[in-house]
Write a protein that binds this ligand. Structure first.
Ligand code: GDP
Ligand code: IMO
Ligand code: MG
Length: 424
């Protein structure tokens, strides 16, 4: 492994980042998460144990790694405590190796309520959010009225800030009998849990810089995927954070020299949860086949994921904006039972051929994908660990993707378990 690696999803999330980060964490000293919140669901399967992490970096399963949660993350403190309990229930000790930025913004119960109310209000234009309060918490951050981890340890300041929210959020909260609307109750609950969070709080930016100077290996862990980036994704059908390379810098307070390599995680086909354009979506038996064989149900919300063929045009874009050096291709085994496999190599829009995403990404809703059909391999790849043992046509598929994207394939995942992996 080159020194400090940034691992990012290159599609619409759920590419298998959790598995890849867990694997690469074996060679790192530190794993640092920089954006998103409990909207993420990162699955790691070791032997027969399954772990789904939402906020805590996917390196935590390794007993000797340090894990950081940066200022760019929006932290639901109650969900964080639940996740600590989940780790305890699996005998995973996190004491003295899990750290939290005081500048991370809090996702509070009223944010989740507002997320739900706003989704209902949007009606047929709803985004299909995870209802984890992510958008409303980032809105407060950008509006400079957010409540941060550091505020937990200053009860007067916390109270003052929450009082302000009673006024600002009045239209959502007044008259509601939903307990999440009760800010006084939230205040009391926050004071109760503040001592639980306090030992985790450190200057993440400074600690990471010191680690870097000591030559310790850092793995930067992204959540969601490039096409969900709030600036560069399929807005407004996006999440509320920067899921791309820039987000790692601002979300941890690191400088760009601290990242040596960018590794993108690519599912061998495409999936998306929630609403928004998806050019290669298959609303037919083939889509069902992906969902069934790929077990495509949300790790956080259990929602069925929409599925479709691999989209190289979208991937050219996310490779470019992230500066991707290499990719990990996951779920190749899900393509085992196809006579032929389509790959989207271009779009047509208003009678014109496109090899790059359209000027207005919203036009992805109107493009027609142009496919190249490759032969399937109709052989089982599940659990393979050596590149040479892959069927020749599976190797051809991978080569086709890598050549088009002009990236190196660093890993191929042949199953959900940690050891079902080919290091190329
Ligand atoms: P993440 O959000 O990017 O970490 O991905 P998720 O955990 O939400 O979704 C990926 C799903 O695919 C999980 O259920 C994983 O256990 C599973 N998975 C990961 N890699 C593979 C693979 O190579 N093959 C198969 N069949 N499943 C995989
Ligand atoms: P991981 O890290 C897939 C999607 C939601 C919705 C949109 C906005 O597991 O890959 P939000 O709750 O963030 O306001 O929802 O983004 N979304 C994800 N889709 N994987 C995720 O995370 C996602 N996090 C958010 O489904 O369409
Ligand atoms: Mg996920």
């Amino acid at each position: 492994m080159s020194k400090n690696k940034l691992v990012l999803g290159l599609q619409w999330g759920d590419e298998g980042k959790g598995k890849i980060v867990d694997l690469l964490a074996a060679e790192a000293d530190i794993i640092a998460r920089f954006q998103g919140g409990a909207n993420a669901g990162h699955t790691i399967i070791v032997d027969d144990k399954k772990y789904i992490l939402h906020l805590i970096p996917s390196g935590i399963i390794h007993p000797d790694k340090e894990c950081y949660i940066g200022n760019g993350v929006v932290l639901d403190p109650f969900a964080f405590i639940e996740e600590l309990k989940f780790l305890e229930s699996h005998n995973i000790s996190y004491k003295g190796r899990l750290w939290l930025s005081p500048a991370a913004h809090l996702v509070l119960p009223f944010h989740k309520l507002i997320d739900s109310v706003e989704e209902t209000t949007r009606g047929t234009s709803s985004i299909g959010t995870t209802k984890r309060g992510i958008g409303p918490a980032y809105v407060d951050k950008v509006a400079r009225q957010g409540i941060r981890v550091a505020d937990l340890f200053n009860p007067d300041r916390l109270k003052k800030r929450l009082e302000l929210h009673k006024k600002i959020k009045g239209r959502y909260l007044e008259g509601s009998d939903d307990e999440r609307a009760d800010i006084d109750r939230t205040y009391k609950e926050l004071l109760e849990i503040a001592p639980v969070l306090e030992p985790f709080v450190v200057d993440v930016s400074l600690k990471l810089y010191q680690d870097y100077q000591k030559g310790r290996k850092i793995l930067f862990e992204g959540a969601q995927g490039g096409l969900l980036d709030v600036d560069l994704g399929t807005y407004p059908f996006a999440t509320s954070s920067n899921t791309t390379t820039g987000g790692a810098l601002t979300g941890l307070g690191i400088n760009l020299k601290m990242i040596d390599e960018v590794l993108g995680v690519v599912k061998a086909y495409c999936s998306r949860v929630g609403a928004g354009p998806f050019p290669t979506e298959l609303v037919n038996e083939t889509g069902e086949k992906f969902r069934h064989h790929g077990d495509e149900y949300g790790a956080s919300t259990g929602r069925p994921r929409r599925c479709g063929w691999l989209d190289l045009v979208a991937l050219r874009y996310t490779c470019r904006i992230n500066g991707v050096d290499s990719i990990a291709v996951t779920k190749i085994d899900v393509l085992d039972n196809f006579d032929s496999i389509n790959v989207c190599t271009g779009y047509e829009l208003d009678g014109k051929s496109l090899s790059e995403v359209p000027l207005d990404l919203a036009d992805l809703a109107h493009v027609t994908p142009v496919y190249q059909t490759l032969p399937g391999w109709s052989e089982e790849t599940t659990g393979l660990t050596k590149f040479d043992t892959l069927p020749a046509k599976a190797k051809d598929y991978l080569k086709f993707v890598a050549d088009d994207l002009k990236v190196r394939i660093a890993l191929v995942s042949t199953g959900a378990k940690r050891n079902e992996t080919i290091f190329v």
